[in-house]
Design a protein around this ligand. Structure first.
Ligand SMILES: NC(=O)c1ccc[n+]([C@@H]2O[C@H](COP(=O)([O-])OP(=O)(O)OC[C@H]3O[C@@H](n4cnc5c(N)ncnc54)[C@H](OP(=O)(O)O)[C@@H]3O)[C@@H](O)[C@H]2O)c1
Length: 296
C-alpha cells in the first residue's frame, strides 16, 4: 500500500493511433450496415404508406408513384455513404498506413543505431582481429558438464592430467588472465609471461608480470607470441570467446555447484577438431575428455 507506485504500462503512441484508426473503421462500417438495414425497412414502409395506406396517392410526378423517387433518392444517399466508407476513407487509410510504416522504419533504425553505440568493446576487438588475422589466440579451460569452472575463487576438482596438459601447452607462452584468477595463484607460474587484466590503475604486480586494463591491450601485449593463451576466469572467458581462434577444453564429466561458469560453446561457430576421453583413476577424480575446438 505504501510501496513504490506501480508503473502504468504505457502503450506506444503509434500503436494507439493504429488501434484508434481500426476502431474508427469498424464504426464506419457498422454505421453503413445500419444505414443499409434502415434503408431496406424504410423502403418497405414508404411503399406501404403510398400503396397500402394511400398516403399521397394522387401525387404521381412523371406518372410514377412518389415512393419510387423517394427510394431512389435514399438509394443515392446510401451509395454516397458507401462510396465514402469504401473509397474515400480507404485511400485516407493507405496514406496513414504508409505514414505508420515510415515511422516504424525510422524507429527501428534509431534502435539499431542505439544498439550499435551500446555494443561493448567486443566490436573494437573484432576490428582488431580483422587488422591482425594472424593471431592464434587460444582459450584453455576445464569445465564441468554444467559449465562450472570455479567456486570461491578456486578450482573445484583435482585432475592431475589436466594440470600437466595445461603446463605442457602454455609453457613458453603468454598467459592472459583476469585479476581474480591471477590472485588465485600462490605465485606466478614458472616459464610463462603473465598478462593480468584489471580496471584498477593502481594495481601492483610482481616484476615481469604485464599489467593491462582491457582484453584488447592484453592481446596487443602478447602480439610477439604465435599462440597466446587466455587462461580465465569466467569474466575474461566471456569476452575472449568472441575473438579467440581456438579452445582447448577439458570437459569434466560431472556437474558441480559453482559461482563461475564457462560460456556455452556454440557449435554453429566452433568446430570440434579433436577429442580424447580419459577414465578417472587415482590421480584424476573424474572422467574427462580433452576437446579441441577451432573457429569455423
Ligand atoms: N576451470 C578453469 O579452467 C578455470 C580457469 C581460470 C579460472 N577459473 C576460476 O574462475 C574463477 C575466477 O573467475 P572470475 O570470473 O571470478 O574472475 P576473472 O575473470 O579471473 O577476473 C575478473 C577481473 O578481471 C578484471 N576484468 C574483467 N574484465 C575486464 C575488462 N574488460 N577490462 C578490465 N578489467 C577486466 C576485473 O578486475 P578488477 O576487479 O581488478 O578491475 C575483474 O574483477 C575462480 O574460481 C577460478 O578458480 C577456472
Amino acid at each position: 500500500m505504501f510501496g513504490k507506485k506501480k508503473d502504468i504500462p504505457q502503450i506506444d503512441k503509434d500503436q494507439l493511433e493504429l488501434i484508434q484508426n481500426a476502431q474508427k473503421r469498424i464504426k464506419q462500417k457498422k454505421r453503413l450496415y445500419i444505414h443499409f438495414v434502415v434503408f431496406l425497412i424504410g423502403s418497405v414502409f414508404l411503399i406501404l404508406f403510398n400503396l397500402g395506406l394511400g398516403f399521397g396517392e394522387n401525387f404521381t410526378p412523371l406518372d410514377t408513384n412518389w415512393f419510387v423517387f423517394a427510394i431512389l433518392f435514399w438509394l443515392f444517399l446510401f451509395l454516397y455513404h458507401a462510396f465514402n466508407v469504401f473509397i474515400t476513407h480507404k485511400f485516407m487509410g493507405k496514406d496513414w498506413e504508409q505514414q505508420q510504416l515510415n515511422k516504424l522504419v525510422a524507429k527501428q533504425q534509431a534502435r539499431i543505431e542505439k544498439l550499435k553505440q551500446e555494443l561493448p568493446e567486443d566490436a573494437s576487438l573484432l576490428k582488431k582481429k580483422a587488422i591482425n588475422p594472424a593471431t592464434n589466440l587460444t582459450i584453455i579451460v576445464a569445465a564441468a558438464e554444467n559449465d562450472a569452472i570455479g567456486k570461491h575463487n578456486k578450482l573445484i576438482w583435482h585432475i592431475s592430467d589436466d594440470l600437466k596438459r595445461f603446463k605442457a601447452l602454455t609453457s613458453g607462452h603468454h598467459i592472459i588472465m583476469g585479476r581474480k584468477t591471477f590472485e588465485s595463484f600462490p605465485k606466478p607460474l614458472p616459464n610463462r609471461t603473465h598478462v593480468v587484466i584489471t580496471r584498477n590503475t593502481n594495481y601492483q604486480v610482481p616484476e615481469g608480470v604485464i599489467l593491462v586494463h582491457t582484453l584488447e591491450d592484453a592481446i596487443k601485449a602478447s602480439a610477439s607470441d604465435p599462440q597466446p593463451f587466455v587462461i580465465g576466469g569466467g569474466e575474461i572467458y566471456k569476452q575472449a570467446i568472441l575473438v579467440a581462434d581456438k579452445i582447448e577444453l577439458t570437459r569434466v564429466h560431472a556437474s558441480f555447484p559453482a559461482d563461475t561458469f564457462f560460456p556455452k560453446v556454440d557449435t554453429s561457430i566452433w568446430k570440434e577438431t579433436n577429442s580424447v576421453f580419459h577414465k578417472k583413476d587415482d590421480k584424476n577424480e573424474f572422467d574427462f575428455t580433452f576437446l579441441t575446438y577451432e573457429r569455423k
